[in-house]
Each structure stands twice: as C-alpha cells, then as structure tokens.
Ligand binder design. Structure first.
Ligand code: NAD
Length: 251
C-alpha cells in the first residue's frame, strides 16, 4: 500500500488555505496526511523545516512569497503545487529554476470546469478568427489583489495561442473609455469587476457582425479550487523535476 502523501500548506491563514486544510482533513484523510502550514514566511529558513518533512507543499499565498517558497521547496526536496496568482516574470523564473530540482505545478485555476472552457476556446477561437472582437470579463470578491485575474490571462493566452499570436501582442487593458478611437481589431480586451464575495466568474464573448458567441464559467464555492489542488498534489508526488500544468494532470 502507498504511504499517505505528507502535505504542507503555504498561505494557511487565508481563505484558500482554510479550505485546503479542511478538505485535506475531512475528505482526503485516506490518501493525505496534513503535516502543517505556514501563513507568511519572511525567509527561506522559516519554511525549510516544514519542506524537509513533506512530499508536497500546496501554496495559496501571495506573489511576494513566491521566491521564498520556490527556494524552500528546492532546498527541502518537496514538490510544489502553487495556485498563487499575480506572478510576474521574476517569480515565474524562480519557479522555473526550482523545477530543475523538484516537480512544480503552477495553475491560475484548479477547477476542472475552467480547463474544459479553455479546451473549448482553443477550438472556437480559430473558427471565428476573421470577424470576432474578443472580450474577457472577470468578476471576483472585493479583496482580490490582482487584475486581470490569473484565470482571465490564462484563458486569453489560450485564445491568443489558438489564433497564432501571443498575449503580449494582443492583450489590452484597461479598455475604457473609447473616447476618440474605436475598438482596435485583432485584440483581446480584458475587464474586471470587484465586489462582495464573488468566488470567480469568467465570461468570454466573441462579438461577430451578426451574432455573439459566449462562454462563461462560474465558481460557486472555493472548495472547487482546493479539491483540484489536492488532486494535483496527489498526482505530482511521483513525478520527475519539471514544470507541469493542470493540462498534464487532467490528461
Ligand atoms: P487571502 O488574502 O485570503 O490569503 C492570503 C494568504 O497568504 C494568507 O495566509 C496570508 O497570510 C498569506 N500571505 C503571505 N504573504 C503575504 C503578502 N505579502 N500579502 C498578502 N498575503 C500574504 O487570499 P486567498 O483568497 O486565499 O488567495 C490566495 C492566492 O491564491 C491569491 O493569489 C489568489 O488569487 C489565489 N487563488 C488561486 C486559485 C486557483 O485556483 N489557482 C483560487 C483562488 C485563489
């Protein structure tokens, strides 16, 4: 019988941290042993003792923590499953360096539904290429720190790739007001709404001359992300050092 996965948590005092811990203890206790969590680490040595005791660290914290977390995982020899969003090039580079030593999976969204939407977008986008104005609207709770959301950028990236371009060359935000210039063509526009306790809604509109094609995903409960992250943690346990995506887990 395989031993239970020894799990650690970064961002343990946050909304997502609370869900990951509760779900691990309540629903995954046959396969996962919850070892401990850290709310906020100020240096690698604060996190290192935990990383040395676990198989996988699940992280839902803040972009500012990414460097410390990636280095602590590489030093401690544990895998990392991170859902933290708002990462810049520097943080992505830290993950890439650490992935030479330990397996790492970063995903802006751990719900399966969003990845199904992503697959559909990859099919739809090239079919409408010539005529569609593409708009991505995301809605989140009032405390969300980054905009556009990591998921909106992920979905935009999928569309851009399917159209043979890149997010860098086609993304536009903020998009209002259109005062003196009309909407540019061949661009993907992002907009964000913040309010209340909205868990996460992403709506993609393809505005064509005589019709509109819309895809929308709504996360109704944060547990959907926690469940996906724990499934990814179980999956990544036996993998070789490398950067992985949720596509790898789902396929
Ligand atoms: P939260 O504000 O409730 O919790 C943040 C946690 O990170 C806390 O434990 C806090 O102590 C810790 N932290 C460490 N350093 C910090 C710093 N410098 N600033 C702020 N907090 C710091 O946030 P949350 O809703 O739990 O989300 C955490 C992260 O996970 C965010 O980046 C969010 O966008 C992301 N998220 C990802 C998914 C996904 O599926 N990938 C789903 C939901 C949220």
């Amino acid at each position: 019988m395989t031993a239970r996965l020894r799990l650690g948590l970064a961002g343990s005092s946050g909304r997502m941290g609370a869900h990951v811990r509760a779900l691990a203890v309540e629903s995954f206790s046959d396969t996962i042993e919850f070892v401990g969590g850290v709310s906020r680490a100020t240096n690698v040595s604060e996190l290192a003792p935990l990383c040395a005791q676990i198989d996988v660290l699940v992280d839902f914290s803040a972009a500012k923590q990414m460097s410390i977390i990636a280095r602590a995982c590489a030093d401690g020899g544990c895998a990392l499953v991170s859902g933290t969003t708002g990462l810049g090039e520097e943080e992505m580079q830290e993950l890439s360096v650490a992935s030479r030593l330990v397996p790492i999976l970063h995903a802006a969204n751990f719900s399966i539904g969003v990845h199904i939407v992503a697959r559909a977008l990859a099919e739809i986008a090239p079919l409408l290429k010539e005529k569609a104005d593409i708009e991505i609207l995301e809605k989140h709770h009032r405390s969300k720190a980054d905009a556009p959301s990591g998921t909106a950028l992920f979905l935009g990236g999928v569309i851009a790739y399917a159209l043979g371009t890149s997010l860098q060359d086609s993304a536009v935000w903020p998009c209002l007001p259109y005062k003196d210039t009309p909407r540019a063509q061949d661009t993907i526009h992002f907009s964000s709404q913040r309010g209340g306790d909205v868990v996460g809604t992403h709506r993609i509109d393809f505005f064509c001359p005589e019709e509109v094609v819309t895809l929308e995903h709504q996360a109704l409960d944060r547990r959907v992300f926690a469940r996906g992250a724990l499934q990814a943690a179980l999956w990544i346990r036996a993998r070789a050092p490398k950067m992985y995506t949720m596509e790898d887990v789902l396929s």
